[in-house]
Design a protein around this ligand. Sequence first.
Ligand SMILES: *[C@@H]1O[C@H](CO)[C@@H](O)[C@H](O)[C@H]1NC(C)=O
Ligand SMILES: *[C@@H]1O[C@H](CO)[C@@H](O)[C@H](O)[C@H]1NC(C)=O
Length: 507
Amino acid sequence: MNHIAALAGRSPTPWPRKRSGGAAAPRSRSLLLCMASLLAVLAFFYFSYARVSTSLLRGSLEAAAPRPSRCEPRVRALGQRFLSYVPHSGFSNQLSEFKNAIVAAAVLNRTLVVPPVLDHHAVALGSCPKFRVLDGGEIRLAVWESAVELLRTGRYVSMADIIDISSLVSSSMIRTIDFRVFASIWCGVNIDLACNNGATGESPLFASLKQCGSFLSGFSGNVDECLYSVDEDCRSTVWTYQNGNDGELDSFQPDEQLKRKKKLTYVRRRRDLYKALGPGSQADSATLLAFGSLFTSAYKGSQLYFDIHEAPKDQRIQSIIEKIEFLPFVPQILSAGKEFALTTIKAPFVCAQLRLLDGQFKNHWKTTFLTLKEKVESLRQNGPLPIHIFVMTDLPEGNWSKTYLGDLAGDVDNFKLHFLQEEDELVIRTAKELANGGHGLRVGFVPNSFARMDKLKKQCAPRKLADVLLYIEEVICSCASLGFVGTAGSTIAESIESMRKHDVCSS
Ligand SMILES: *[C@@H]1O[C@H](CO)[C@@H](O)[C@H](O)[C@H]1NC(C)=O
Ligand SMILES: *[C@@H]1O[C@H](CO)[C@@H](O)[C@H](O)[C@H]1NC(C)=O
């Protein structure tokens, strides 16, 4: 920016300095006019210089690295149309977005770009009910930068490394492509060179990726037949499908106070996804349809953003919706959880999932422990002792002492507590298996022309898998035959309930 300002300062058209003050009214009017036109001239030079200097900058980047393809022949040669979206917030949120993306890709008959699992606090959307969320472009760019950073630091894990979508893909219910393969082709870079890269991320490769990310986030605008970025978000839109209510107002609207306070002009409309972005729309011809967040949740009797939960008039979509209601973890994670239940706990047990530290949960310790206490007491009165309890919690063991967990741990005659830690052999072994498995790269579409698959598999296998512990813990809890006590309002608890309903442990 300084650079640009400096250039603009050296404007080749000097102008006489005018002095104001003490002038008669007509003179001051002509002076005003004069100043206005000078300002216009100045602005013209400023902007033309800005344009010249950024295109110069871009030019020098392009000389150093391949420029992002604007649907160059190699992208068109893929013969596919793609759909991307951005994951954010915690894993459970990312998983629910992933499911919505699968439905959207199926409705629009596009190949889904499967993103990485982002760190919990890497990107936050904001609040839909408060009408305060990141714009599509901003959140797309933030997620792109996080993804590149995950590659660079050797922590890139694809959603499809963790969640098993192989049966959906092999039965042709959906088509997917791994983000790394997609970005390599689209940006015209060898993305494997970015993996586990000790460099600071300022090399031409990263500059080129950055530029490509900015383009794909929509900062250069939509490009006919190439890129269409969806800028509708939960402030303006609830996506539906074949509901016959296209264009109607949604039941949840910003209230008058909010509208006044924030000068909102939004109304929320229900819009048919297929009509808005499918055949016949401007979006349809674009090779890439780039959504922002696909996060939704029930709110005040409506859905915040995505309301396609059944499709009775479309059997293909209906069966996909049914199939994804529950998506299992990949086999390595399932067998690790079962192994722990079978060979370490070795007895019927109850699972306690206690979310105590994060956000809203900090203030609910009393309720959370009370629910557990009731369950445990009823078991103690009826069952053989000791009662085996598997504990998954974010409260470090060193802090248990003055809590109900401390009481349980101290009462060794009646209770036996089990828990799993990052450094346990089972967790480390599973993480290694996942890293070497490369599930995510195996399931998706890989064009024949793509010659770097082996390099991608080798270079981009994660060195560290952050959340494996959490996934294994969830499976263990799905095996708890004496029952499950979760934390009210926790999405982890919901995920465990769903696994228990689908009897993951015995399959
Ligand atoms: C979906 O796309 C595929 C390949 O891009 C095409 O072969 C197929 O006919 C399309 N299906 C529908 C229902 O449009
Ligand atoms: C946990 O224990 C550590 C060290 O004793 C202490 O600093 C921290 O505040 C405790 N955290 C909670 C939530 O009690």
